[in-house]
Ligand binder design. Sequence first.
Ligand SMILES: CSCC[C@H](NC=O)C(=O)O
Ligand SMILES: [Zn+2]
Ligand SMILES: [Zn+2]
Length: 416
Amino acid sequence: FLSSPGGEDPSVSLFRHYLRLKTVHPEPDYDAALKFLDRIAAELQLPMKKIEVCSKTEYTDTLYMNKDRRKGYFHKALFCVFPGRVVSIMTWEGTNPKLKSVLLNSHTDVVPVFQEHWKYDAFSAFKDAEGNIYARGTQDMKCVTIQYIEAIRRLKSEGRKLMRTVHLMFVPDEEVGGHKGMETFVNHPEFKNLNIGFALDEGLANPSEAFTVFYGERNPWWITIHCPGSPGHGSRFVENTAAEKLVSHCFTLGDVTTVNMTMVKGGVAYNVIPAEMDVSFDLRIPPTVNLQEFEGQIQQWCKEAGEDVTYEFAQKHMNQNVTSTEESDPWWSAFSAACKEMNMTLEKEIFPAATDSRFIRAVGIPAIGFSPMNRTPILLHDHNEYLNEQVFLRGISVYEKLIPALAGVVAFPDEA
Ligand SMILES: CSCC[C@H](NC=O)C(=O)O
Ligand SMILES: [Zn+2]
Ligand SMILES: [Zn+2]
């Protein structure tokens, strides 16, 4: 369903086509993505499952006044259907489908843009003379979605058969925390049925020659501190005010945990001292930090900040599982050996932000965050996000080696 302008590689044309779908928050066009994926599944001749997560039907019983008041009230039953979100999975069955499978995960949504700061329309997928393709999602993470697809297409057309089953999973809502996506889906019976042994998900670009791989993530904690204080007339000198507590020197941890003050709320008028002010922080905590002790520290800081200062979490990820990158680990050893064979240098890191990998690791499945983009500045969520077509195409070749390596990991003793 594509034409390739000026002899463009069809994989690049497919990528640019996908980039033009507006799966952008706050109202992502997921229908467009689902339709696109349906066509891909047909082309690849792979079965596709679609599972709705987080949909619910609610029953409410409402009292209505009868038109003729003397007859009193009657009941009206209402069924409200709250639509969920759809997770789609294409499955390439292995020659030994009883073995644990390999998951290739990607999210279909992208973050909003400030169009006035872009050189080109953020959904036009404009390609400049150097082959740089500009669009929201070029790095995060529509590139990876198409690279998985194109690698599978090539392997299939070469007649390759892989031992382990490979699932391509396309999830919604990663950019808004994954609640109506991976967070819920990992506990769905259909997820367990996939029998996943190892997962690949997104990583980050690397401006150098090396590629970065992520074996764990920092835990996101979103916290609001409520600072109540004595209200009063703005002309008076009031002890123990809310604003005074706001400037307390909280949250000065080491250089590995980051704390950003992201919201400050409160106040009604210049001359009215408010009864409460709230301040919110985005904290990112590495998996090596003791979270219980850390929360104890937060409690202590609130206590020191003054009377009645309380806190409330809007996000509190507690799981600190990391994926083994020991050479003795069969998944990691397959991954790293394949990269070595391609002369790729890997840099192992903890992912600074949060991806759906955290939900996969939380249910005990090893996951590596990896987006094969070297020689590329990190521009996810930024203006003028781009990816060079040669870097993109090299990524397909990388997956062409990686996927068979992972799907060929020899059976473990417990897999029989
Ligand atoms: C913590 S839920 C939001 C997830 C989001 N992920 C990508 O940017 C992030 O802020 O890291
Ligand atoms: Zn992403
Ligand atoms: Zn993102």
